[in-house]
Design a protein around this ligand. Structure first.
Ligand code: C2E
Ligand code: MG
Ligand code: MG
Length: 590
């Protein structure tokens, strides 16, 4: 705030400062005039307006560099005038001239937009001129900063050629629109639009003409949109339109028809009439897609269908689907609704330590309690989820629920209880699994080494570098990593040594055969021995008979799961198993 003299010489300014003093008694006006005359080095033009409204003409005519407003004792009415002045002439800085030395008044004046504050009894020529200069300089900096900020925002979010949103702003708006449409049960439409044979225009008329054409196309598209819609240029000759709050999905096709008609008007390029057209793909939420990404993919697919269908036309995603595709996307949406509606649940299969004779943890296994079809197993629906992004959301829910459940059991008196969660290969490819795991641990408070993540040997082998890298990161969090269905993927044993894993789960097929097939028995014994040498834990899956259990234990594998001990059961029933006496399965007379 400017209220004191300054070492900096105000004389530097060459052109006169045009000061408009608003309000104040005649004596004060004279005082100000006298002081300014005294400050000879600076050329100041002073005018006086008895009230703010009488200053409007000069403000509107751009004749004022700085407003000096006499606010007297600083009554609220006087301060209101300051903010009115700021609204009327936002670029003209205001310096307040007050009767008394009241700090709270100075603060209030700045709050309503003043850039300086002067007290009448402490006025001097230097202080006055310095304050006026300072306010002007300050204001100029403020304006420049705002311009730079706005420019940076424009560059980051808008396409410079057409003024349309760029890809990142479009993505942002789409994400928000989908979230809000989901909450409010509204419909959305996305159009994907690609100009037909744009390359020919570029090649024939040059890039400048190409740019002009793109600008014109954007202008024409814009005329077909409502204020709440977003037009975007995604790159090259590709545009997208987001239509929010559609009354009906058919409205999206109406907009597409309008856009196509607007583009059909000939354009003049280098003095020649040129016809342009576009191919448009349409997808809508929730009919064609359940997420922003899916919506974009489907509008894109529909756009390609429009191109393939002969260009200069639109195609609607749902209409281009084969009956099988339509059926699948219907089932996919049904599954998404199941996730959101709480129809998915986790059953838990106890993991026992046959040497200690007790339950040491459990594996979470997903189930779908379908209202019509009854309880469905993962084989019936996970494949569908894995073909879309749905597996990422489902996986996140599984992780969160399983971690929370594990903490409940730990708190109920089983501190070392360990939970195993299955992870699909898809989760390593899409979405941020490492972050999901970190969140699930943080939210539940589960210790990382109480969580075991299982990925099948096949997925691991086919997952490549990205999967391995995430494996290492997850292990870095302290989480235990397990290879599921081990033995079915034929990984070279030497390879195992390099993998960042802690646990091997021996596949059911070997376990089933140990008592009947000597070759499988040998393989299984070898796996257990080798795992021991590499300091890995082995867990045998699908143990159904006492004989299998004994053989496996004789090889040195003490951790097991299987129907001999318990199938996968609902959480409340796990409490019975956890509270059961040691070696409870032997007493069952298995
Ligand atoms: P998995 O991880 O190898 O799980 C073991 C499967 O064997 C489970 O089938 C389990 O119920 C079954 N099982 C356990 N003991 C026995 C037994 O003694 N005999 C026989 N015949 N079967 C037994 P489920 O629950 O149908 O799960 C099948 C697969 O689905 C799982 O194989 C796992 O790969 C996958 N899965 C299950 N839940 C999830 C999940 O939440 N996320 C992901 N990504 N995959 C899951
Ligand atoms: Mg498993
Ligand atoms: Mg398995």
């Amino acid at each position: 705030m400017a209220s004191g003299p300054n070492e900096e010489s105000p004389a530097a300014a060459a052109s006169p400062i045009r000061v408009l003093l608003v309000g104040g008694p005649a004596a004060d006006v004279e005082l100000v005039r006298a002081l300014l005359e005294h400050a000879r080095q600076t050329h100041v033009q002073l005018r006086h307006a008895p009230s703010l409204s009488q200053s409007f003409a000069a403000l509107d005519a751009n004749e004022v560099d700085v407003l000096l407003m006499d606010v007297g004792s600083g009554a609220p009415r006087e301060l209101v005038a300051v903010s009115q002045a700021r609204v009327r002439a936002p670029l003209v800085p205001v310096v307040v001239l007050a009767d008394g030395d009241d700090e709270s008044l100075a603060t209030k004046a700045v709050d309503v937009g003043a850039r300086g504050y002067l007290i009448k009894c402490a006025l001097s020529p230097g202080a006055l001129v310095w304050s006026l200069h300072h306010a002007i300089r300050n204001q100029r900096m403020f304006v420049e900063l705002n311009i730079a900020r706005e420019r940076a925002r424009q560059l980051a979010t808008y396409d410079q050629l057409t003024g349309f949103a760029n890809r990142s702003l479009f993505q942002d708006r789409l994400d928000q629109a989908v979230a809000s449409a989901r909450r409010n049960r509204q419909k959305l439409g996305v159009l994907f639009l690609d100009l037909d044979r744009f390359k020919d225009v570029n090649d024939t008329y040059g890039h400048l003409a190409g740019d002009a054409l793109l600008r014109m196309a954007a202008q024409r598209i814009a005329t077909c949109l409502r204020k709440s819609d977003t037009g975007a240029r995604l790159g090259g000759d590709e545009f997208a339109v987001l239509l929010t709050n559609l009354a009906d999905e058919a409205d999206a096709t109406r907009v597409a028809e309008k856009v196509l008609a607007a583009l059909r008007e000939p354009v003049s390029l280098k003095g020649r009439e040129h016809l342009i057209s576009a191919s448009v793909g349409i997808a809508s939420f929730p009919r064609d897609a359940g997420s922003a990404d899916e919506l974009v993919r489907r509008a894109d697919a529909a756009m390609y269908a429009a191109k393939a269908g002969g260009r200069a036309r639109y195609a609607v995603f749902s209409a281009m689907q084969s009956p099988e595709d339509a059926e699948r996307s219907g089932r996919e949406q049904r599954l998404r609704a199941a996730l959101e509606g709480g129809e998915l649940m986790l059953h838990y299969q106890p993991v026992v330590d046959v040497v200690r004779g007790s339950v040491v943890g459990a594996e979470a296994l997903i189930r779908w309690r379908h209202p019509e079809l009854g309880v469905m197993l993962p084989a019936d629906f996970l494949g569908l989820a894995e073909e879309s992004d749905l597996i990422v959301s489902i996986g996140e829910w599984v992780l969160r629920s399983a971690c929370e459940q594990a903490v409940r059991w730990q708190r109920a008196g089983h501190p070392g209880f360990r939970i195993a969660v299955n992870v699909s290969a898809q989760q390593f490819h899409t979405g941020d699994l490492v972050e999901q795991v970190r969140q699930a641990l943080r939210a539940s408070g589960l210790a990382p080494d109480a969580l075991e993540l299982e990925i099948t040997e096949r997925s691991l082998l086919s997952g490549g570098e990205r999967t391995l890298d995430q494996f290492s990161q997850l292990r870095g969090l302290g989480v235990r990593m397990a290879i599921d269905d081990f033995g079915t993927g034929y990984s070279a044993l030497a390879y195992l040594k390099q993998l960042p894993v802690d646990v091997l789960k021996i596949d059911q097929s070997f376990v089933r055969a140990v008592a009947t097939d000597p070759a499988d028995a040998t393989i299984t014994a070898t796996i257990v021995q080798m795992a021991r040498a590499l300091d890995l834990t082995t867990i045998a899956e699908g143990v159904e008979t006492a004989e299998q259990m004994q053989l496996l234990a004789s090889y040195g594998c003490s951790r097991m799961q299987g129907h001999l001990f318990s199938e996968a059961i609902e959480p409340p029933r796990i409490a019975d198993v956890l509270g059961a006496p040691p070696f409870f399965w032997m007493r069952r007379g298995a």
